[in-house]
Design a binder for this molecule. Structure first.
Ligand code: 3PY
Length: 254
């Protein structure tokens, strides 16, 4: 059985006091209101990881995630953070290849393949983001484009390694725009990606791979998205900054 996961990507938001308040609220609401099987991952800015680790129980459904890491193990990379460093402060998941990183920091599929390697070597779980632009969706082979992101960044992994990867489909045209893929559009792409995974790793691994939807998911559209058979959860942007709304999204997934 594949895992249901709802991850909150806080992006570059909140000061330390606000971050502590938000994580405390989410922890309390999740503890009091969520009874079903769903893992909840909080991905705050890197600078707060060590502090927020102390708030998150080490056992249970809550986990700490980072939003990025460097592709090298260590060295002269001023300002960067390695996978090993994240692991050493208790991080369990790392979001990789978010479209904002691809767009503003020119991350490539080849570079992301290295980041995926570092995260797995450090015994953490990559949440690998993929997705097409509006132009690609309207004018091109957008399914082929998203499949090639998986092929180029993930398909060098052994079956055992791949079994530890989570995928997040985030159409770029639905990020920060208020537009969301319809439940049907999300399902179609998730189905295609699962088939693509099956073609390389076989049905069993494909059926066990969690594929999350991201891109303006919120408390209003979450239930519809999560009702789709191939949508296993969400990577939530803006709506993860509000404890009530984020918890409602988790409720919709449990
Ligand atoms: C969004 O929902 O806008 C996201 O980018 C989630 O990562």
């Amino acid at each position: 059985m594949r895992k249901k996961i709802v991850a909150g990507n806080w992006k570059m938001n909140k000061n330390l006091d606000e971050a502590k308040a938000l994580v405390s609220e989410v922890i309390n609401m999740v503890r009091d209101e969520i009874t079903g099987e769903v893992d909840v991952v909080i991905c705050p800015p890197t600078v707060y990881l060590t502090t927020l680790r102390q708030y998150i129980p080490t056992e249970g459904r809550l986990a700490l995630g980072a939003q990025n890491c460097h592709e090298k193990e260590s060295g002269a990379y001023t300002g960067e953070v390695s996978a090993g460093m994240l692991q050493s402060v208790g991080v369990q998941y790392v979001v990789l290849g978010h479209s904002e990183r691809r767009q503003y920091f020119n991350e490539t599929n080849a570079q992301l393949a290295e980041k995926v390697n570092r995260v797995l070597e450090a015994s953490m779980i990559p949440i690998f983001c993929c997705g097409e632009s509006l132009d690609q969706r309207e004018n091109g082979d957008y399914v082929g484009f998203v499949k090639s992101q998986l092929t180029e960044s993930l398909f060098h992994l052994s079956p055992e390694q791949f079994s530890n990867v989570v995928i997040a489909y985030e159409p770029i045209w639905a990020i920060g725009t208020g537009l969301t893929a319809s439940a049907g559009q999300a399902q179609d792409m998730h189905f295609e990606l699962r088939q693509h995974i099956a073609s390389t790793y076989g049905d069993e691994i494909a059926q066990n791979t969690s594929i999350l939807y991201g891109g303006s998911a919120n408390e209003k559209n979450a239930a519809d998205l999560f009702a789709q058979p191939d949508v296993d959860g969400g990577l939530i942007g803006g709506a993860s900054l509000k404890s009530r709304e984020f918890t409602n999204i988790v409720k919709a997934r449990q």
